[in-house]
Design a protein around this ligand. Structure first.
Ligand SMILES: Cc1cc2nc3c(=O)[nH]c(=O)nc-3n(C[C@H](O)[C@H](O)[C@H](O)COP(=O)(O)O)c2cc1C
Length: 217
């Protein structure tokens, strides 16, 4: 009897270890506070009249740009400075602050030679000290945005997009601009939903701009 008891206890122990290690091996622990990484969309039909230009330092705005691309099928353009900003947020902040104080236009690593074939331009950026990074203004000021509609979106720690829009308007004065979208502190599921409802909301604005342009001709 003692022997059977021992055997049963040993068996139960083995089963418990198997269950615990099985849980660890088969189930990923989901950390809700961290966005699930998504991969760059591929194989989607692209719309040659839509450009999604974005600046991203630590990847959040790039994720948002990819989600916009997945929804509207435009062509992606990463705006990059010739001199990359330090990866460290604080070190990057020191440079960004200095640039803001000097109202600089940082040189870009590359730029589009021509944006004439695009009608609709999504413009994404992170909020840096309540503003768009100045590289975005370098990009805008290098091109003619007459007859184009800009749809601005940003990612941020907490700030909205409103305070950054006056500078965007100033740098692309010829463009029409829709209501912007601010994304912050959110996982991708929510990001996608917010982008979708923003796109639905601004469709009417884009149509109205296009109608007005057609009747002005
Ligand atoms: C230099 C710097 C300045 C920032 N300033 C602000 C700010 O004024 N308001 C805010 O809500 N978030 C601010 N943030 C947070 C970023 O806007 C946020 O992390 C954003 O999602 C980063 O986007 P990215 O990963 O595409 O670079 C700042 C971040 C950095 C690095």
């Amino acid at each position: 009897m003692q022997k059977i008891k021992k055997y049963l206890l040993l068996l139960a122990g083995i089963m418990l270890v198997a269950v615990i290690s099985g849980c660890g091996g088969n189930y990923a622990v989901v950390d809700e506070s961290k966005p699930v990484p998504i991969t760059k969309p591929s194989g989607l039909p692209t719309n040659p009249k839509i450009l999604i230009a974005y600046f991203s330092h630590s990847g959040n705005t790039e994720l948002a740009a990819w989600q916009v691309q997945a929804a509207v099928g435009g062509e992606l353009l990463a705006i990059k400075t010739a001199e990359p900003y330090p990866k460290d947020g604080q070190a990057c902040g020191v440079i960004a602050k200095q640039e803001l104080a000097e109202n600089k236009r940082p040189l870009l690593a590359a730029n589009l030679s021509d944006i004439s074939r695009y009608e609709t331009i999504f413009l994404g950026y992170p909020i840096w000290y309540k503003q768009a990074p100045l590289a975005v203004r370098t990009f805008l000021e290098a091109h003619d945005f007459s007859g184009k509609v800009i749809l601005p979106f940003c990612t941020s720690g907490s700030d909205g997009i409103e305070q950054s829009l006056a500078a965007i308007r100033e740098s692309a004065a010829q463009a029409d601009m829709t209501t912007g979208l601010a994304l912050h502190d959110i996982g991708n599921g929510k990001m996608q939903r917010l982008i979708t409802s923003w796109l639905e909301g601004v469709r009417g604005e884009v149509d109205a701009f296009n109608k007005k342009r057609a009747s002005d001709k």
